[in-house]
Ligand binder design. Structure first.
Ligand code: ARG
Ligand code: ZN
Length: 882
């Protein structure tokens, strides 16, 4: 089905981009749908670039060609050549119409790319996934995003088996056919690239809502799912309406079709897909109900619904010229989604979560063998580039630009960008150009951020001159080399800063030549290797608060004392920097614990948190985050020879110190208070209480496992929400509680018919400590509900284990590595995209201590040796080893 590596993948390079020699102006697609075989007739009206003499070549993979005609004349075999993934046709001219008919096998498609079956043969439904290059699995076409065509799609199928027929665009008629068959037609008036094509056919239920856009268009919003879960679509429908209103208000963007369909499937490689007028979602990001959805998942549903909706402008109306520009739509849309989520919830918490994700997922990527720029220069398999770098770092770059222009300037720039590029396939230069032009500034210096991989290190040195009342901040930058880019350039790094007195007051900042000199918060831009900033009229040595709100995606190296960090933790008004001071202090404490030197940092961290815990002035959710030290992945990033089991042990010990300092009695009292207030409501305060309750329960169980387990058992039994239930179950599993088996059996029984909840049952059991987790994974693989064919299930078991339980996965004897490598080979034969993504769990192997490093290398090398690996997995394991 997919290209295998014996076809020798030569990389595709940005520098070799050429405009298409042939475009398609109009497409008519006719589908005769069936589970085992579907037939697709495509009529393409072609346009030729007079400047290019290239013959007509179309992409097409795994297609059985049944018929071919040019301008109404069937072609004889001598006038076209059909290779493995290409069709070359002689005699086509500007204005010609090429007609092909092909046969596909949806039920045999386990790669979940192109047209495939979700669910069982008896009750499942057919759907498509085309981004990035799935359309070539459906018909012959120039399958590249700079070919924009208008689509007319006609679906035909048996009415009983496929009562619902959907495609993107507006409905343009439907009716009966002979033999119990029926048809439906859809016309999309907006020209679009092939990756945004979609269809869905099967037995589905719906919920509907009427919506009127700000510019007066009546739109039918429809959400579709299998009948047994349709009641769980209401939350997503509300989120969709909120997203549509928000985009009208924040960006002046209105929806542009008469219908907007959203469909949920349990079989999906990614999170969701923004197909024009017909979004398709992994059920995990659409379905929600209080009995089976956690608070975090509710927020994720809201965010992904918004993300896909926002793509209608940032991605669909303005699309990408080529896949190197992927961040043009993804980074921008993640940024818009983050703004929306911040507006709907708590801005500082959202910022904390986003930065924590960046550090957990993107920084390691940028520091490892798979490091690549936000705009990569080359790829072998584009599906391997839907990464944290393109998405999350890409969003940080847009955030920097928006900070540079200010709210109004950024909005002006975005208006310009949408207007100038509507209906076009654009580049990052178009984006920076529009933002800059609308504000008369040159943003092209920011292109280096898009071209250069690796996380910059920002160093801050400070100097106070009491006689002159001057405080001098010297900022310098250095970006370590990455595999394909040993040398790096200096970048423009905006540093938002404030200075605090030792009483915790913010000082006015007098900085010569700065337009906002005199404010208590300023942004300075470091755009050389090193630069000095002199603040005047400073009466005593201040405490700097740097990189406020995380104003640039860098690693800040400063030399604040534990007392200074504690001061910021107590007084900083920037919620993000307050949390950040706590994180930095926790790292100092962790290192002190590991090195066994002075206790100063440990005491400072514990004292500061104990004070915050006692004084009750901090929001519960923020307090829970502040009381959580950086995760094990982040701590491992700081080491050259990491031993994940020891990192886990030290981190646990650090938290035990905190729990001791707060005291068992105080923790228990807070737990009781929070438990009394327990409800299943979704408002912010209730969610915050659950978050803190979970943290407190974890700390209690570190001090007294038996007591923690008793509380967790009760919490499990009485939980009014999945959040509380899963938090309790997690404590039972992680502490190896005698009560765990009963609770797990109960959970499995209760949710055996709910795949998303059952995924959590798999996931939580991967979190047992050490070798026990390996035994669990082996046992769970044999559970009748486990299958390598379902991406969510694979990620719930192997993904959760390898990524979220480093101490369990990284067994010194290499048994964990070998198990994962074996499964990757099996999975690759079914689904290359999911296999390649899971393989990135090996990313940090070079920075392991020598024994584990050798074991990991051997397992990856053995995998690389296997014959017939996909292009997807080959690219990942090869980069990993080089
Ligand atoms: N564009 C989708 C999003 O909203 C992601 C689809 C990626 N699909 C893939 N096969 N790589 O982010
Ligand atoms: Zn996206």
């Amino acid at each position: 089905m997919n290209a295998r590596n014996d076809q020798s993948p030569s990389p595709i390079r940005l520098s070799e981009y050429r405009a298409p020699a042939w475009r398609v102006e109009r497409v008519e697609l006719d589908f005769d749908l069936g589970i085992d075989a579907s037939e697709v007739t495509a009529r393409l009206r072609l346009r030729r670039d007079p400047a290019q003499q290239t013959p007509l070549r179309l992409d097409g993979e795994g297609l059985e060609l049944l018929a071919i005609a040019l301008d109404g004349q069937p072609l004889d075999p001598g006038s076209y050549r059909h290779g493995d993934n290409q069709l070359e046709v002689d005699g086509a001219q500007d204005g010609s119409v090429l007609e092909t008919r092909v046969r596909l096998q949806p039920a045999a498609n386990t790669a979940l790319e192109g047209l495939y079956l979700s669910g069982s043969r008896e009750t499942g439904f057919l759907l498509t996934q085309c981004e990035a290059e799935g359309f070539r699995h459906i018909t012959f076409f120039p399958d590249r995003p700079d070919v924009l065509a208008s689509y007319t799609v006609t679906l035909r199928a048996d009415r009983k088996r496929f009562p619902v027929l959907l495609a993107g665009g507006n409905p343009e008629g439907a009716g009966e056919l002979e033999d119990g068959r029926h048809w439906a037609r859809f016309v999309d008036p907006h020209p679009k690239p092939s990756y945004l094509f979609a269809l869905v056919a099967g037995r589905l239920e719906k919920i509907e809502r009427d919506y009127v856009t700000a510019d007066g268009r009546a739109v039918k919003l429809v959400m579709w799912s299998e009948a047994n879960v349709i009641d769980r679509c209401h939350y997503a429908m509300d989120a969709l309406e909120r997203s549509m209103r928000w985009d009208e208000q924040a960006y002046g963007r209105n929806y542009d079709l008469d219908v907007f369909h959203v469909v949920a499937t349990h079989d999906f490689n990614m999170g969701a897909m923004e197909n024009k007028g017909l979004n398709i979602f992994n059920a995990k990001y659409l379905l929600a109900d209080p009995d089976s959805t956690t608070d975090d998942e509710y927020r994720a549903v809201e965010a992904v619904v918004a993300h896909e909706y926002f793509h209608n402008w940032s991605g669909n109306r303005v699309t990408c010229r080529d896949w190197f520009q992927l961040s043009l739509k993804e980074g921008l849309t993640v940024f818009r989604e983050q703004q929306f989520s911040a507006d709907m919830n708590s801005p500082p918490l959202k910022r904390i979560e986003d930065v924590a994700l960046l550090r957990r997922a993107q920084f390691p990527e940028d520091a490892g063998p798979l490091a690549h720029p936000v705009r990569p220069a080359q790829y072998s398999e584009i599906n391997n580039f839907y990464t944290a770098t393109v998405y999350e770092k890409g969003s940080e770059l847009v955030r920097m630009l928006s900070g540079r222009l200010g709210t109004d300037g950024f909005r002006r720039g975005m208006d310009r960008y949408f207007e100038a590029n509507d209906g076009r396939a654009a580049t990052l230069e178009d984006f920076l150009g529009a933002l800059g032009d609308a504000n008369q500034v040159d943003l092209l210096p920011y292109l280096v951020w898009y071209a250069q991989a690796g996380t910059p290190r920002l160093k801050a040195r400070r100097d106070y001159d009491a006689a002159r009342r001057e405080f001098t901040l010297t900022l310098s930058q250095h970006t370590p080399g990455t595999p394909s880019q040993p040398e790096k350039h200096a970048l423009p790094i905006p540093v938002k800063l404030a200075l605090f007195t030792h009483e915790g007051r913010m000082l006015p900042l007098h900085l010569d030549g700065h337009p906002r000199s005199g404010d208590t918060e300023l942004v300075v831009v470091l755009d050389k290797a090193e630069q000095r900033f002199v603040f005047r009229e400073i009466d005593a040595e201040p405490v700097p608060s740097l990189l406020r709100g995380f104003s640039a995606p860098v690693i800040l190296e400063s030399h604040d004392t534990p007392a200074e960090l504690a001061l910021l933790l107590r007084h900083d008004v920037d919620g993000f920097n307050r949390w950040e001071a706590g994180q930095q202090l926790a790292i100092r404490a962790y290192e002190a614990l590991r090195e066994g030197g002075s206790d100063a940092a440990i005491v400072a961290w514990c004292d500061a948190l104990a004070a915050l815990f006692a004084d009750g002035n901090v929001d519960d959710a923020l307090l829970a985050e502040v009381m959580t030290p950086p995760g094990e992945v982040e701590l491992a990033e700081r080491e050259r020879e990491a031993d994940p089991e020891r990192i886990h042990a030290w981190r646990q010990e650090l938290q035990r110190r905190l729990a001791t300092r707060i005291s068992a009695a105080a923790l228990l009292q807070r737990y009781r208070t929070l438990a009394q207030a327990t409800n299943g409501q979704l408002d912010a305060a209730s969610q915050a209480q659950r978050r803190l309750k979970r943290r407190v329960l974890e700390l209690i169980s570190l001090l007294d496992a038996a007591q923690g387990q008793a509380l967790a058992t009760l919490q499990y039994e009485e939980a009014p929400s999945m959040t509380d239930r899963l938090a309790a179950l997690s404590v039972l599993v992680r502490t190896d509680a005698p009560q765990a088996a009963t609770a797990l059996a109960h959970f499995r029984d209760r949710y055996v018919d709910n795949p998303l909840a059952l995924d959590k049952w798999f996931n939580v059991q991967t979190q047992r400590r050490g070798a026990a987790s390996l035994a669990s994974v082996r046992e769970l693989e044999r559970d009748p509900a486990f299958t390598l064919k379902n991406p969510n299930r694979v990620n719930a078991l192997f993904g959760a284990w390898a990524r979220s339980n480093p101490a369990g996965f990284h067994q010194a004897d290499g048994a964990g590595y070998r198990l994962l490598a074996e499964r990757l080979a099996q999975l690759d034969a079914l689904n290359p995209q999911v296999a390649a993504r899971l393989a990135t769990a090996f990313n940090g192997w070079r920075r392991l201590e020598p024994v584990r490093r050798a074991q990991a290398q051997a397992a990856i090398a053995a995998l690389a040796e296997q014959a017939g690996l996909s292009r997807n997995l080959t690219e990942i394991v090869q980069s990993m080893l080089h």
